[in-house]
Design a protein around this ligand. Sequence first.
Ligand code: AMP
Length: 285
Amino acid sequence: MLRLALPNKGRLAEQTLELLDSAGLALPATSERALTARVGEGLEVLFVRAQDIPEFVADGAAHAGVTGWDLVVESGRELSARLDLGFGRCRLVAAAREDGPVREVADVPAGARVATAFPNLARRWFAEAGREVEIVPVSGASEVAPHLGIAELIVDLVSTGSTLRVNGLREFATLLHSSARLVTAAAPAPAMAEALEDLVATLESVVRARGRRYVMANVPKTALERIPAVLPGLNGPTVTAILNSGAHVAVHAVVAADALASTLRELKALGAEGILVTRIERLTP
Ligand code: AMP
């Protein structure tokens, strides 16, 4: 039985379950508040705090886990990040009061106090930057620390940046880019190797498919030479005959979702008709 540790709440929890669902690994409805759940024959899911997942996976309590890269790095545990899942994107930044003197790391005075829920990452980063600081560990809401006089600086996650702005803080450095990752032990148990590879491949195919669409269009045969420039596809577009239409052929290809508007415009300019766009469930090149 492969054990997979997933966040039980917080920002990553919902999107992690959505990803599993898209991969055909939907949890049984009864598992909503359970600590563990069985998915199919070979997978057991453990719901734990995102912060604890690096520890669980490194210790072998779970064979794989989904958690934020920031938490993996902060944990200091040696894990293998197998897959960037593409959600939970944020940055770990250093910030100071907007009305204060610190505009870059060189301005940080010796002995400055840094409030953060990421003490290991912050300590290492300031040391590497050659600044001597005092780390003030907090468990959250570090943004208020500069106003309470607990610290001059903070190191915290930002996604939109609005929390920093509301609290009158200005970021002056990015320490780390983060997103949700699928992690395994650096040396996973050999008995689990095959099941782990299957899980990685399944989730990878879903993540890859999310950013792509499948486009089908009927195009005039006379435009066929110019189609690969618009619809390169994975190995060039698939071209098939259309019954009762001697002048047209059907072309199918995978395209980047974010390039869809220009692809459709260019197809139309080549005389394409009956254009269909569909989502892709999984894509393995
Ligand atoms: P924002 O105002 O969008 O920059 O969000 C900042 C707040 O959300 C801070 O309290 C952060 O600690 C938290 N935050 C932002 N992104 C994440 C994330 N991916 N994971 C956990 N906490 C986050």
